[in-house]
Design a protein around this ligand. Structure first.
Ligand code: PEP
Ligand code: MN
Length: 338
């Protein structure tokens, strides 16, 4: 590990950094003409970087060496399984469904339709993270019950959001994968709770989060022992209101290089409009995404959240045939029920 120290560190400050290194079991070497670089032979312990970054007198960890975080240690790409779906390591899967679970009959109809078209996971929030407290907040326990019934009826796997650590148990009884929404990316108590489980977690990037912050949020789950994290790029905030968010395809390409975790793209929340979803889905897959999560609804005028960005079944057909073609282009496979 290479650490930059503040120039002209006073004796006691320098000594305290050196002592901290020794307490961590590493013998530091002071380098550089100004004595402002520290080199350490570190074991592969991801906590060392943060401890040093928090030390007075340390400006920056320039290179973490093998004390990198679990998410950044490299190694074989991970394949995360959610029911029949597989994300990563050459497998591409599509998650589709309504923004929120509203009524059972409609949710069942959507589940059947998306499954038949090639989606392998049904999305739908029972607990909705909304910007305003006056907006529709979801159907909560009733929504979870609908998801459980639809899962039993169709065999499709479910991803739904847990907003609060107190909801994890109830949501976990129904879901195959926990969604952590953009507004909750940095909710460490929730991430710690999900780290205790072994069920996959779909972690959405905060709309103003750097990739380092995103990866460190995933690290909360990994550090708890739950290796099954799928990252989701869903667009970041920009100055331009033409789209709801800006889909950061560069981030997809970067994440695919720095982490072994699968990365998927949410073109719906990036676009905010149904007519742009297909184009953004294609861009995300072309950048290397291991899957998609799309909002789908046959009657968008009926819904209480995100109707404008819901694509219909015919458009989902296009998205899925694009996904199949783009996966094949990179010698990857689109996973479906057949
Ligand atoms: C959603 O998936 O419906 C949602 C609220 O997404 P995000 O957390 O990305 O805004
Ligand atoms: Mn939504």
């Amino acid at each position: 590990m290479l650490v930059r120290l503040r120039k002209n560190l006073r004796g006691a400050e320098l000594e305290s950094v050196l002592t901290r290194c020794r307490d961590l079991g590493c013998e530091p070497k002071v380098l550089g003409a100004d004595g402002d670089l520290l080199e350490l032979e570190t074991p592969a312990r991801p906590e060392l970087r943060s401890v040093l970054e928090d030390s007075t007198g340390v400006v920056q960890v320039i290179d973490a060496g093998n004390a990198r975080e679990l998410a950044l240690q490299g190694g074989e790409p991970l394949e995360v399984h959610v029911g029949r779906a597989r994300f990563g390591a050459g497998s591409v899967s599509v998650i589709a469904g309504p923004c929120a679970v509203e009524d059972e009959e409609r949710t069942l109809e959507i589940a059947r339709a998306v499954k038949q078209r090639g989606a392998t996971v049904l999305r739908g929030g029972a607990y909705k993270p909304r910007t305003s407290p006056y907006s529709f907040q979801g159907t909560h326990a009733a929504g979870l019950e609908i998801l459980a019934n639809v899962r039993a009826e169709t065999g499709i796997a479910i991803v739904t959001e847990a907003l609060d650590p107190r909801d994890v148990e109830a949501v976990g009884e129904v879901t195959d994968m926990f969604q952590v929404g953009s507004r909750n990316m940095a909710n460490s108590p929730l991430l710690i709770e999900l780290g205790k489980l072994r069920k996959p977690v779909l972690l959405k990037r905060g709309f103003a989060a750097t990739l380092r912050e995103f990866v460190l949020a995933a690290e909360f789950v990994l550090a708890g022992g739950n290796e099954n994290v799928v990252l989701c790029e869903r667009g970041i905030r920009s100055f331009d209101p033409s789209t709801r968010n800006v889909l950061d395809v560069g981030a997809v390409a970067v994440l695919k290089r720095i982490t072994h975790l699968p990365v998927i793209v949410d073109p719906s929340h990036a676009a905010g409009r149904a007519d742009l979803v297909r184009a953004l889905a294609r861009a995300g897959l072309a950048a290397g995404a291991d899957g998609l999560i799309c909002e789908v609804h046959p009657e968008p005028l009926e819904v209480h959240s995100d109707g404008a960005q819901a694509i219909d079944y015919a458009e989902l057909d296009h998205v899925i045939s694009d996904a199949r073609a783009l996966a094949a282009l990179d010698e990857r496979e689109l996973v479906t029920f057949e």
